[in-house]
Every structure is written in C-alpha cells, then in structure tokens.
Design a protein around this ligand. Structure first.
Ligand SMILES: C[S@@+](CC[C@H](N)C(=O)[O-])C[C@H]1O[C@@H](n2cnc3c(N)ncnc32)[C@H](O)[C@@H]1O
Length: 281
C-alpha cells in the first residue's frame, strides 16, 4: 500500500514539473505576442514588422543582407537602375536589388570559367550594366553579347494565352530604347548590342563557348529558343539566370523551360526573387 502511494506521488510530482515547464513556455509566448501586437506572427523570434527587405514581391525579415551594404554593389546597382528603363511601379521607387545581386553573383561564377557572356532581353541594361560595373567588364578579355529587338516583344511570338498581357507590356514598358542602350554601353567596347529578334539573330554573333547566360525576354517562345540554342555552348558549371521563371504571371515561360530542363536531365531552382537558376552540367 505504502509502495503504491509512493509511486502515485512520484507520478504527480513529474506531472507538476511538466506543467510548470508548459506554463513557462506559454508565458514566453504571451510576452512575444505582446511585443508584436498588431503585427502578426514571429518567425525565429523576429517580429514580422522588422522587415529588412520588402520589395519586388519579396518580404524578408531576420536575415543578414550584408550584400545590400557593400559599396561596390551599391554603385553597380545605381548604374543599372539609372539606365533609363521604364519602370513598372507607376512612379513609385523601383527596387530590384536582390535580383541584381543574383545576376552579379552568377556573373562572378561565369568569370571563373572560359567563355563569353550572353544576355537575351537587355532593354536599357539594368542587369548587364550592374554586372559590367561590379565586375569591371571593360577590363575583361571576353565579350558580353546583348540580344534584344530594343523595341519590345515580337507579336508573332506571343502565344494566345500570353497575347493580351504581352501587348500591354509592349505598350507600357518597351518603347524603342536602342539609342539609349547604345549610349549606356558606349563605355564598354567588349559589350556588343545585337539588334533584332531572338532566335533569328543568334547565329550572326558567331559565339563559341558561353560562361554566363541571362534570359529575360518575357515571352515563352523566344526564351525556349534561346536556351535550346545556347545549352550546348554553355561550359560545364556555367550559370543560367532566368529572370521571370518563378513569377506566377509568367507561367508559360516556366512550363517550356521546365520541359527543356527535364529533356537535358536537369532542373531549375526557383529563387524567392522570382528568378530561376540553372547550372550547366
Ligand atoms: C524585361 S525586358 C529586359 C530587361 C533587362 N534584362 C534589364 O536588365 O534591364 C525584356 C526585353 O526583351 C526584349 N525581347 C522580347 N522578346 C524578344 C525577342 N524575341 N528577341 C529579342 N528581344 C526580345 C524586349 O524588347 C525587352 O527589351
């Protein structure tokens, strides 16, 4: 009997200790919620209102964003966004630092490899000018080939499901920008503008090995043609940045690019920026 009571007492003592722990955890949780009242939840103990990046469809908190503070990055980014691109935010300030960071990083990988750089879909050159400035491209012994109509998306390449949106994009964002692009790239003799429709213009550039490829034409047919053309030219390890791949409004591009990736036995990484990243392997 005495033995049985002792067992019960021990079990009750354990239960009391467990309840005390639970009470402590709940008190802490209440304290955290009080600290962030009205701001939603906490993630890893960081209140949601402590956003350290909140732009371009990307809200981020509690991360180390040292790249944003790097003087060399700031200057390169400034050069890119000052290129004269017609912005999409109706006058509000446009921030695509994280996308530019990805492109600069990928170009840095390309510089360790043998081959030229290529961008299909250049417009006034936000990404390519930022890369050129950050990596001092004019001092590099390689060419950056820049393909664009410099006059918008060719209508005949728009699939029926893309047509309405693409025609609007052409009207809003892609007036002729060839003269502006020529002026922007004038300080870089090894950055060559190739005006015309991708894929029609690709052969004319006589490109051999490619160490960095950026595709940003906002239309599935041309993007598929570009990756098909350059895949064999990409050297092993070369990065391919697909600017619109992960954006829900650009689903047709994702579909054809995923099918291509599967065909060549690889896959595309969706980045939180909305970009896709592929590595030639
Ligand atoms: C989103 S903009 C490119 C932005 C650019 N990457 C930047 O960093 O500023 C898309 C560009 O793709 C071009 N484009 C679309 N379809 C094309 C095609 N089939 N051939 C060549 N250029 C094309 C458009 O003229 C437009 O300038």
């Amino acid at each position: 009997m005495i033995f049985g009571n002792r067992k019960k007492i021990a079990a009750l003592t354990d239960r009391i200790a467990a309840l005390k722990e639970e009470r402590k955890a709940l008190k802490n949780r209440v304290k955290e919620l009080e600290r962030t009242r009205g701001t939603g939840d906490l993630v890893a103990g960081v209140p949601l209102n402590d956003l350290c990046y909140n732009s371009d469809g990307l809200s981020v908190w509690g991360k180390n964003l040292a790249f944003l503070e790097e003087a060399r990055f700031k200057e390169a980014y400034r050069k890119g966004v000052a290129s004269g691109h017609r912005f999409t935010t109706g006058g509000a300030e446009f921030h695509i630092e994280w996308r530019v960071h990805v492109a600069i990083w990928a170009a840095g990988i390309g510089l360790r490899l043998d081959g030229d750089f290529v961008e299909c879909g250049v417009n006034t050159g936000i990404l390519s000018l930022a890369i050129a400035d950050y990596h001092r491209f004019s001092e590099r012994d390689r060419v950056f080939h820049l393909f664009d109509t410099f006059n918008g998306i060719p209508e005949e390449q728009m699939a029926p499901e893309e047509r309405e949106k693409k025609k609007l994009e052409n009207r809003l964002f892609y007036p002729d920008c060839y003269e502006q692009a020529k002026e922007n790239f004038a300080p870089y003799p090894n950055m060559k503008l190739i005006r015309g429709r991708v894929p029609d213009t690709l052969e004319s550039a006589k490109i051999g090995k490619v160490a960095y490829l950026s595709i940003d034409m906002n239309v599935a047919e041309a993007e598929l043609a570009a990756i098909q053309y350059f895949w064999e030219k990409l050297v092993p390890g070369a990065p391919v940045v697909l600017d619109d791949y992960g954006w829900s409004a650009y689903e047709p591009q994702k579909r054809v690019l995923d099918a291509f990736a599967e065909q060549v036995g690889t896959s595309i990484l969706t980045l939180p920026t909305g970009q896709g990243l592929m590595i030639k392997c």
